[in-house]
Design a binder for this molecule. Structure first.
Ligand code: ATP
Length: 330
């Protein structure tokens, strides 16, 4: 962690990696806090891609009016292969020099912070990160911006699928996002009363799943919902459905992959408040002299975690909750 108290005159902000509801609320908070500190604020379009290409524009307070309730990101987002090269990062640094941008606020996930860590080490540009990803897979924040909204979207969708599953006595496999982390699957599974929840953090035993489905059937349950995180060790919802069908063909099974719908929509109260707080705190952190850290909420209080730590570690999933969900879904 590098601390050097400074008064920045020009600060850039960008969103990078997968977009998440609440990113706009974070941009608004960053821009307005910076302006309050007397800085000129600059929006960098499409993350590292726009930084390399010099696609940068000045943002005044009015530019971030009326965006707190909007999903997506007004600065757009991208994945940039060029930024993974020294030459690409050199070009990005030259763009910042051209606009006289002295410090950066990066809103994104672990890939974004990996790039930010390398960039700040190479060129000495102070950077504060804000956790903006629906996956909730960053260490150093109780939750990430977009996670709560994504879970509410999943919950509403599964509620609807439950209606139709019940009407037709069907077994639904619902795939939700989460390549490496089962947070969305676990909590939406609990919230929707799913019959089972399959997550990357545990080993899925297909025989056990079939046995518990049979047991449910015996007790009179005629339909069921299984939530499958996309990164489950047995594969996504299609693969799991096929494996179940191979062991027991008596079910009328359906698969629903919720996909990118989970990234969209107006952010929830929790995400708007989180984004506002972290946007504000990230700029304050810059003026306090922090760099190379992610601003997050830890046990309800603001904390700063070095990029290296936030990327390498994950918040642990509470496996007892899985056991509880199975108890409650008999
Ligand atoms: P999400 O978790 O929502 O997918 P993310 O920030 O992890 O978001 P990534 O696509 O993994 O999304 O990363 C965003 C960008 O960060 C990449 O497109 C790339 O430009 C940059 N980046 C990632 N890893 C590196 C790296 N090792 N070196 C330099 N830049 C990197």
């Amino acid at each position: 962690m590098n601390r050097k108290v400074t008064k920045y005159k020009r600060i850039g902000v960008f969103t990078s990696g997968g977009d998440a509801p609440g990113m706009n609320a974070a941009i608004r908070a960053v821009v307005r806090t910076g302006i309050n500190y007397g800085a000129e604020m600059y929006g960098i379009m499409r993350g590292y891609d726009g930084m390399i290409k010099g696609d940068i524009k000045k943002l005044i307070s009015k530019d971030v009016s009326g965006i707190i309730q909007r999903g997506g990101t007004i600065l757009q987002s991208a994945r940039s292969e060029d930024f993974k090269t020294v030459e690409g990062r050199k070009q990005a640094f030259e763009s910042l020099e051209k606009f006289k941008i002295e410090a950066l606020i990066a809103i994104g996930g672990d890939g974004t912070f990996t790039g930010a860590k390398i960039f700040t080490e190479e060129f000495g540009v102070p950077i504060i990160g804000i956790p903006g990803t629906i996956d909730n897979d960053l260490y150093g924040s109780d939750t990430t911006i977009g996670y709560d909204t994504a879970m509410n979207t999943v919950m509403e969708s599964v509620d609807k699928l439950k209606d139709t599953a019940g009407s037709h006595n069907r077994l639904f496999f619902v795939e939700v996002m989460g390549r490496d982390a089962g947070f969305i699957a676990l909590n939406t599974g609990i919230a929707t009363g799913a019959e089972d929840i399959l997550i990357p953090e545990t080993t899925t035993n297909i025989e056990d799943l079939v046995i518990s489905l049979k047991e449910n059937k015996r007790k009179g349950k005629t339909s069921a919902i299984i939530i499958v995180a996309e990164g489950d060790d047995l594969g996504g919802a299609y693969e799991v459905a096929q494996k179940v069908k191979a062991l027991d063909s008596s079910y009328s099974t359906r698969v629903s992959v919720l996909g990118h719908i989970q990234r969209g929509g107006s952010p929830s109260v929790a995400d708007r408040v989180l984004a506002s707080r972290l946007g504000f705190e990230a700029v304050e952190a810059l003026y306090l002299g922090y760099s190379g850290v992610m601003a997050g909420m830890v046990n309800g209080r603001v904390g700063y975690t070095p990029f290296e730590k936030s990327i390498k570690h994950h918040n642990d999933i509470d496996k007892d909750l899985l056991r509880m969900a199975r108890f409650l879904s008999i």
